[in-house]
Design a protein around this ligand. Structure first.
Ligand code: 6GU
Length: 223
């Protein structure tokens, strides 16, 4: 999969995309992430990419021309499955969307900043608008990092058996059960007996019950 990201702040994305599982996915050749600084497409020598909004009001808006040039340059090279705009007024991002997007070949993500991007860019090019939750971030970059991570780890071959996505919270509609490692006793607290006896059918049953109970307690809306 190839993911292109247009941003005014590529620095914000570099670290999260170049460590741990995202790093490994790229080293294995399963994921390619390309950052495109919007300033490279600025309309003048001052590097301008934003302007005051029509109608007045505080906050700058990212202009049409730089974004349009950046998008069309990328579109001339390949066809995108989706052109995604990260915005707090987008559709709420869920595991099911990550699963669907992980089947893509090419994704283009656009990070907004300030008051956002000119509506005409959304009307003309954007095919999917995504929010990662009901709170406001200063820009779309951290949200794009969340998307790349959640989508990238689902690409076949990125995770090994031990980190399999199939046992993640949300993947089966339930929260994940509690996990334990050595020692078997810590500060007088024991690891549940069932996990120590090697009866895998019983362990699976226990884990499912724990997952159900946890979901009922914490996220009854998921049931
Ligand atoms: Cl995608 N962008 C911004 N700026 N804020 C957000 C968001 C996205 N999702 C939740 N809050």
């Amino acid at each position: 999969m190839r993911i292109d990201i247009i941003t005014v702040l590529p620095e914000l994305l570099e670290s999260p995309l170049n460590h741990s599982i995202m790093k490994r996915a790229q080293e294995k050749g399963l994921l390619e992430v390309h950052l495109h600084p919007l300033r490279n497409f600025a309309i003048n020598k001052h590097g301008q990419v934003d302007d005051m909004q029509y109608g007045g009001g505080a906050g700058m808006v990212i202009m049409c021309e730089p974004l349009s040039k950046a998008i069309e340059a990328l579109q001339s090279e390949r066809t995108y499955d989706q052109i995604i705009y990260l915005t707090p007024d987008g559709k709420n991002f869920k595991q099911q969307m990550a699963n669907t997007l992980s089947l893509s070949t090419n994704l283009l993500m656009i990070c907004g900043h300030y008051k956002g991007i000119d509506q005409r860019i959304r009307d003309l090019y954007v095919t999917l608008e995504i929010s990662i939750g009901d709170y406001v971030l200063s820009g779309g970059e951290l949200a794009a990092a969340v998307l790349v991570d959640s989508i990238g780890r689902l690409i076949p071959g990125v995770l090994n058996d031990e980190t399999s996505a199939l046992t993640d919270s949300h993947q089966d509609g339930l929260l994940a059960p509690p996990v334990y490692t050595r020692p078997a006793e810590f500060k007088n607290m024991k690891v549940p007996e069932v996990l120590l006896n090697g009866n895998f059918a019983l362990i699976e049953e226990w884990r499912h019950e724990q997952a159900l109970q946890r979901t009922e307690e914490r996220r009854p809306d998921l049931l």
